[in-house]
Design a protein around this ligand. Structure first.
Ligand code: DON
Length: 300
């Protein structure tokens, strides 16, 4: 397996087309695209890495997996009255369906749906407390207290996030936000500003592997359902393509990270900042395709 990871990192480093780094968040625009890391945390506790697996990156929408787990922990199945469970077939920041579907976002991984999950775990408490709880969950899952929020990234997004503000205002106009738009956005921008390395992210993802050795942070039924959402909605309008090419549940972020779960086997984190046309890591997706082909770990 170590040889495979090193080979995957070599192929990625040699790739002539690394995709485009996200520029709409100013703080991410300056990230060097020539970076690639991969880490595999096995269910038995082993960890293997290759490439830039120790370099911290902005996890962005990968955070929506942890936010979903926390929101479900708070309100259970009540969450599904406020957010759906179907792929949207549209880009992650689309507002199109919100009007047609009465302010109920299609799923918790598109931005509109993630604002509802953030609003849910924010509940009556203040953003600082809620974010402390989210970080606590992630740190416990990763067994790593050094995981933190990059304040510059959070501020950068707060000052430029007009699309997210408009989504939040639309949700509020439909009665689907409990806290104020400013509180929800302040929380969600900090949530997206969490930084992790591939090693830390692979470790944090272990709560989604089926194994007796994992931290029991969520019940089995919930773990299966989160994995199902990752498979069907984790890559937005590129979810079908990712399932076709990789065959494993995954969640991407516009910082170029992807968390992938091989049920019963391992949690995998891959990172390369250049994105494909869906806003998912280009080389990360290609690396996972090679990984799945060589390991035979597709769930299909
Ligand atoms: O709201 C945004 O646009 C970002 N904070 C998160 C978007 C994202 O990561 C989409 N994923 N590929």
């Amino acid at each position: 397996m170590q040889e495979l990871l090193s080979e995957i990192a070599k192929v990625a480093e040699a790739s002539p087309d690394k995709g485009e780094v996200a520029t709409y968040i100013p703080e991410l625009a300056g990230v060097n695209p020539d970076q690639f890391g991969i880490a595999v945390a096995f269910e038995d506790g082993r960890l293997l890495t290759a490439g830039d697996a120790e370099v911290p990156f902005s996890i962005q929408s990968v955070s929506k997996v942890f936010a979903l787990a926390l929101a479900l922990g708070r309100v259970g199945d009540q969450l599904w009255y406020r957010v759906g469970r179907e792929p949207s077939g549209l880009s992650f920041d689309s507002i199109l369906l919100l009007e047609r579907e009465d302010g109920i976002p299609r799923n918790p991984f598109i931005n509109a749906g993630a604002l509802v999950t953030t609003d849910t775990y924010l509940a009556g408490s203040n953003p600082r407390e809620a974010l402390g709880e989210l970080l606590g969950f992630i740190r416990a899952a990763a067994d790593d207290d050094s995981i933190h929020i990059n304040e510059n990234v959070a501020q950068s997004e707060l000052t430029t996030g007009h699309r997210n503000f408009s989504l939040a205002h639309y949700l509020a106009s439909c009665g689907n936000l409990r806290s104020s738009v400013d509180k929800v956005l302040g929380t969600s921008c900090h949530q997206c500003g969490i930084e992790m390395s591939c090693r830390q992210l692979a470790m944090a993802g272990r709560f989604l592997i089926e194994s007796a050795n994992m931290p029991p942070l969520v019940a089995a039924l919930r773990r299966r359902r989160i994995n199902a959402m990752m498979m069907t909605c984790g890559h937005y309008d590129g979810s079908g393509d990712f399932a076709f090419r990789v065959g494993l549940p995954g969640k991407s972020g516009v910082g170029g990270g992807i968390l992938v779960i091989a049920p019963g086997r391992a949690s995998i984190a891959v990172w390369s900042p250049g994105l494909n046309r869906y806003g998912n890591s280009k080389l990360g997706t290609e690396a996972m395709e090679m990984f799945a082909k060589r390991t035979g770990w597709s769930v299909f």
